[in-house]
Design a protein around this ligand. Sequence first.
Ligand code: GDP
Ligand code: MG
Length: 739
Amino acid sequence: MSNSKITMALAGNPNAGKTTLFNKLTGARQHVGNYPGITVSHKEGYFKHQGRETIITDLPGTYSLTAYSIEEIVSRDFLTTEKPDVVINIVDASNLERNLYLTTQFLEMGVPLIIALNMMDVARDRGIEIRFTKLSELLGIPVVPIIARSGKGTEELISEAIKIANKNLPLVSKDISYGEDLDEVLMEIIAVIEEASFLTPNYTPRFTAIKYLEHDDQMLTKGAEADPELARHLEQTVGIVSDHLLKTMDVYPEAIIADHRYGFIKSIIRQGVMTHKFDTDRLYTSDRIDKVLTNRLMGPVVMLVILFGLYQFTFSWSELPVLWMEGLFSWLSTVVETSIPDGMLKSLIISGIIDGVGGVLGFVPLIMFMFFGIAVLEDSGYLARVAFMMDRVFRIFGLHGSSVMPFIVSGGIAGGCAVPGVMATRTLRSPKERMATLLTVPFMNCGAKVPVLVLLIGAFFKEHKALYMFLFTMLAWLVALFAAKFLRMTVLKGEATPFVMELPPYRFPTLQGLLIHTWERTWQYVKKAGTVILGISILLWALMTFPGLPDSQSEYYDTLRDQAISSFTPPVLRELEKNPSQSDQLSADAMLLQNKLTLINQQESAKTLKNSVAGKIGSFFVPISSFAGFDWRTNIAMLGGFAAKEVIISTLGTVYSMGDLDSENTGSLDQRLLNDPNWNRVVAVSALVFIMFYAPCFVTLVCIAKEASWKWAFFSMAFNTVFAFLAAVAIFQIGSLFG
Ligand code: GDP
Ligand code: MG
């Protein structure tokens, strides 16, 4: 016995502190957030307590155990099929009454339960005093006060939990009264269920009976599968009761059950479990802040100011570190340039690897600052207010206040990722609102698009960088919302669901929390750059390099080089061989020769690129893409973007460094674009719009397919690309008309 592993489950309302406790216990770094809906699927971790190995699972947060949402079903199924040795129910002490609603349902389920009374610090600050021994007595289960954030009380909690686990308790439902009418029927049904051992290995007869009365879809299905005849009989009995209640009292059984659960909780609290030290009329700080921040008029204004401030912060603070990163990678290129002989390998390392990965990693500081800013908003609780306020707007477009989270995660405040965004749509309850959200979140400016935005805005709209970033972010929102409206009016027609979202109290973010948040997301981005992007970058390099030039052509360039060299004297040549990297120390003659050679090399690589597989594909699309102002080189970059948007910038970097015919047109990529005759402000806007809205990257598509279906994934790819192209054409044509 004492050698076997103990299994524990953490369950509770969203925001009660499950993940915080989980991280404290296991030392893992799971995402902790101050808004509902972060933990969607369950997560497992391990720790040892007094030599006993323990497996602990962080379940998604729920307010109830009905079968209305995915979280609820996930939690319930986990508890009934995995049968953890003990369930730790985390209860937010500062919100005791509401949190105990879920507790009553665990008690009904009859799982071995212990309460972790969390946020004792918050409760104390609010003048709430809880007599937890009394609470424990009344509920008949242990209650341990803790502060998950600091780890206070967690030792004792785990010791108590292990004690329960060791007892190996069978499932025993607590009898909560649901009023005379229902209690009577319950007794009858329970007797029938017990008699037939109906669904008994996983559910207590009482729980099954309650679920039948509540008309719980999942249980009805399970019952019908297990014993169709008995199930039909039970449904009939329940049907009669429902009809009777409806006629006499105009309510459904589920409403009566819920009322009595609340009554049960109220009675417990009234028995001296909780007292308020302060006058209850007094507004809590959170409510006071909300008076201003979610005010009908002031709220949106403050919101815009805060979001705009986030941009200013991100762009001004990250400027210097971005420069350092660029410096680092150009230094790397120079090192390779001088230490490796000319040829395929050098080209692979510089054009394929350093430029590719550097283009992505160069933006890490920027993304870090952006994520840090978002983490502040998120951890403080402000982001939930944004969702609350946005609901009014979202409603108009056939979405839901909870849609805001997926949008923001995907890059609603530029610099997220549609992958977690698509996954975050799981918290939406209505399937149609969920699909509409899922299909439009890829329109947001994810972390991969941000570098492209920064590059093109930096090059063509240098004077108002922050303003243009802000405008393009607004544009992303507008397009996403109107696309959602369009989908909700066509393929996703249907009713809206009522908005239920709680506002967590404002909290002062901890530095540790902020850093973990920032690190996690940045790391996600870097990982992508290091693996997928590196692979794609090398693949694209190959596409852009092979099949290479026919021999006759390379010989032609060799001859050109020979001719150039032979026209100079040997001392000049020696000078070049000795010191090829520092051109400013060369004599005038040597410089002349070097420039000549560079020009020839560039012409050769331009020819090579045009002749390459990628060049052919790019050129093939020119007749179509020219309507939007894209030349063959831009086409190559867009092509790469189908795989991952990060690739766009690195490909532009590669195409424009390899294929430059004009020898004066050197320098950084933005300089090259600025000087290129094929690029101007209109093309830049057209390209930006296309990049923002065309097909989601491959990883996102796979996620959409997993969350919905491949049909929807392909729909998304086609719909977005066609839309983006039409928009780009419109912009280019109209823009060119007005110069
Ligand atoms: P979950 O939704 O249940 O997983 O909740 P989280 O673990 O994500 O916590 C929600 C928020 O509450 C986070 O901002 C935590 O830092 C904060 N939090 C968790 N436990 C405590 C606590 O004991 N005291 C205080 N003051 N904050 C806490
Ligand atoms: Mg969580």
